[in-house]
Write a protein of this length. Structure first.
Length: 565
């Protein structure tokens, strides 16, 4: 049964759920030693020794954030302010209260700003998110946040009963603070309209936040690798983080999730708009989830004595007598605050970093995940579980997902991992001796379009290709494409973009979750694969129809480059 955060699916407040499981069977007891933070031994993302954390299978020793050198070197996140945009944070929690910054939160249930606590029994998510980023360290209780002396404030935008308006959504980016954590997003099986105020507020924040150095916006990629197909209640499809229009700008750092073996988490949304991978864990039964703060007491939060089927820790035993912690939290909801804490350490190491410096350093120091993995030809649902009539068979010779690519600027990129796994010690070392090269203002080309209508061959790996020519010679920050397609089932279509340097980026995978969607009407998608390449030259789009039932045309497409001269 799926549970966890109810996160926004539409601006009207429709909700979808995190892929964390809310119950599983105990498989054994794992004790941790006492000390300054007695539950720190469960925190495999900080120091992976192969812990099981009550799961059946152990993690892989050494696969973690690689941050202990940064901690022993004195970095704690001190002086950095982190906004948790979520469903509220229990500021009085014994492992959060000393890091909570009072008087500046946004409480949408009252006009006050002193704090923004949970408002209902379902508002559990923000407290868990906050602990991963900045739970207090060395205080004799619980575990430890990545940036364990950073200051926390809360915007309880997702709290039950809050009206999620366009203006409030944009307000999540306000205040000019250091790092903003947004462990939420749209469900990736439909195409909502983009919110203009969102991109406007993002741009304002990166231009003016942190006294002009730019606020850092960290956002979850989503938990929809497997999601109900659009218009269906009994068939599952493969989602894509590019199907959330809030993820289509270069002004956020979009993060996907890894498990305790260092592989892509089973639920994690992927796409060409992902920037980096962090740790989110699995559900906690077969493979470890995350340890973090939970709402206090055994009648609230994820850990409760009354919920059957949970491990004893979740029921108030094995060092969790007040049910103040959980070891079942997961998702890209976890990967985001883990990365947020890491960024706080970078900003402490070098307060002069601007928002683009942070992105660059993360990309430059990231560790490749499964570097030898090749292109994927078969669809993940080629053998649909329990129903062979739903098997997804692609055209012969088609590529569903590209392998790692190395672009002409030397950056390695993969849709499942972005530039790779975050490496805190390497990033901190680079940050300490870093002089920014991102001093020129960010600019963008106008939309460069090809309006020649061309037919898309049905069920053919050859597809159809079309080009545009860019004359601006920019150093690329991000590339966006805009698609207009007439087709009765656009979820059949795969879309690949090739740069003048020959770098290929799979923007959309064939047979995705939009199988019930008719047409693309100038939808915009983002790719980070071309980071730091030069923009001038011929760009090629290729559209492949991976289904055999519906026909259609590529009506027009456009390209926009964001970068610097």
């Amino acid at each position: 049964m799926l549970a966890g955060l109810a996160v926004i699916a539409t601006i009207t407040g429709t909700l979808f759920t995190n892929c964390a499981k809310n119950s599983f069977t105990a498989v054994g007891e794992e004790l941790v030693g006492t000390g300054a933070d007695p539950l720190l031994g469960y925190a495999w993302h900080i120091n992976n020794t192969g812990q099981k954390v009550f799961a059946t299978d152990a993690g892989t020793a050494g696969v973690d954030l690689n941050l202990l050198q940064s901690w022993t070197g004195g970095l704690t996140g001190s002086g950095i302010k982190i906004v948790i945009s979520d469903d509220g944070v229990q500021d009085a929690h014994p492992d959060l209260k000393d890091n909570f910054l009072y008087g500046v939160s946004k409480n949408y249930h009252t006009s006050g700003t002193n704090n923004a606590p949970p408002n209902s029994a379902d508002d559990n998510h923000g407290t868990a998110v906050a602990g991963l980023a900045a739970a207090v360290g060395d205080n004799g209780v619980g575990s430890k946040g990545v940036a364990y002396k950073a200051k926390l404030l809360a915007y309880n935008f997702l709290s039950t009963g809050v009206s999620q308006t366009f203006s409030r959504m944009a307000e999540q980016l306000s205040g000019g603070y250091d790092v903003y954590n947004m462990s939420w997003g749209n469900s990736q099986n439909y195409l909502p309209d983009p919110v203009a105020a969102w991109e406007t507020a993002l741009l304002n924040g990166v231009l003016n936040g942190r006294s002009g150095k730019g606020s850092i916006y960290v956002k979850s990629a989503g938990n929809d690798f497997l999601v109900e197909c659009k218009g269906s209640t009994d068939t599952y499809c493969i989602g894509n983080s590019n199907l959330d229009p809030d993820n289509s700008t270069p002004y956020t750092i979009l993060v996907t999730a890894l498990n305790s073996t260092g592989d892509a988490a089973s639920y994690s949304s992927v796409g060409s708009n992902v920037w980096i991978s962090s740790f989110g864990g699995e559900s906690g039964d077969d493979s470890p989830a995350m340890v973090t703060t939970d709402r206090t007491g055994c009648t609230a939060g994820y850990a409760q004595t009354s919920i059957s089927g949970k491990v004893e820790f979740e029921r108030g035993n094995n060092g969790n007598s007040n049910c103040n912690y959980t070891t079942t939290f997961n998702g890209t909801s976890s990967a985001a605050p883990v990365l947020t804490g890491a960024i706080a350490l970078l900003l402490e190491a070098n307060p002069n970093l601007n928002w683009r410096d942070v992105k660059y350093i993360l990309a430059k120091t990231a560790v490749q995940v499964r570097p030898n993995s090749g292109a994927i030809s078969n669809h993940p649902l080629r053998n649909y579980p329990g129903n062979s009539s739903k098997n997804v068979i692609l055209p012969t010779g088609a590529v569903w997902e590209n392998a790692w690519v190395t672009n002409s600027a030397g950056f390695k990129f993969h849709n499942w991992y972005g530039f790779g796994r975050v490496d805190v010690d390497a990033a901190v070392a680079m940050a300490k001796n870093y002089t920014s090269t991102f001093t020129a203002g960010l600019s963008g080309t106008s939309w460069i379009e090809n309006t020649t209508r061309v037919a898309i061959p049905d069920y053919s790996a050859t597809g159809v290709s079309n080009t545009v020519t860019v004359t601006d010679n920019l150093r690329i920050e991000g590339v966006r494409i805009r698609l207009k397609v007439d087709h009765d089932r656009v979820g059949d279509l795969g879309v690949e973009l090739t740069s003048p340097s020959g770098t290929k980026s799979m923007i959309l995978n064939m047979r995705n979750s939009l199988l019930g969607q008719v047409d693309y009407d100038n939808e915009v998608f983002l790719s980070n694969a071309f980071f730091q390449e030069r923009s001038n030259g011929t760009w090629t789009i290729k559209v492949i129809d991976g289904g055999s039932t519906f026909n259609g045309d590529l009506v027009s497409w456009g390209l926009q480059i964001i970068g610097t001269p």
